[in-house]
Design a protein around this ligand. Sequence first.
Ligand code: DC
Length: 230
Amino acid sequence: MKKITIAIDGYSSCGKSTMAKDLAREIGYVYVDTGAMYRAVTLYALRKKLFNADGTVRQQELEAQIPNIQITFRLNPKTGRPDTCLNGENVETSIRNMEVSSRVSPIAAIAAVRQALVAQQQDMGKQKGIVMDGRDIGTAVFPDAELKIFVTASAEIRAQRRFDELKGKGMEANFDDILKNVQERDYIDSHREVSPLRKAADAIELDNSHMSIPEQKEWLMEQFRKAVTA
Ligand code: DC
């Protein structure tokens, strides 16, 4: 069967990663979480104190350090999923905390950061057989992807899902803070100058607000079957 490229874009916390990971496992494709890459750069910037007190980024300093930021993925044998590594260190847990979540949007808005990460993502997808999730996969990273999905859900439902996820992991969580974070990120992600979040003209939209995971899985497999046989 021919191998294709699958681009899954959409708003934050709408279950893109879960659906992309499950699909990749089911069909034997490589899975890449590009949000984790922007989060890893954010963690690096926090550790190197590259944020000003007002939350803005010391952009020139960060840009000069881009060559020192190596992001890789390592398969976790326990979860069967790839863990994100920053300069060889497994940072899968630390990149998911609220501090990183609230700082990642300004980092993802920096053109030089996007340029470096997009080049790496395009390289990862050269052989096809890849499921990549993010915000600009169908528009900027793989504009020729054979299957593009654009996922949406209401902000309240997305905040509830992230709240449940953090609680489930035993992490600190406050629903109102999470909702505010989701709404702020929606705004910044879709209003930034470079590659703003938007649905590609040829993407199929999926509003999963009231869909169960098995229903979503079935829907996605159907789209995959149609795309590979097209
Ligand atoms: O999917 P996520 O919530 O882990 O993504 C973290 C942030 O990274 C999100 O606020 C938007 C940004 N991002 C992006 O700009 N482009 C991507 N391809 C992936 C994520």
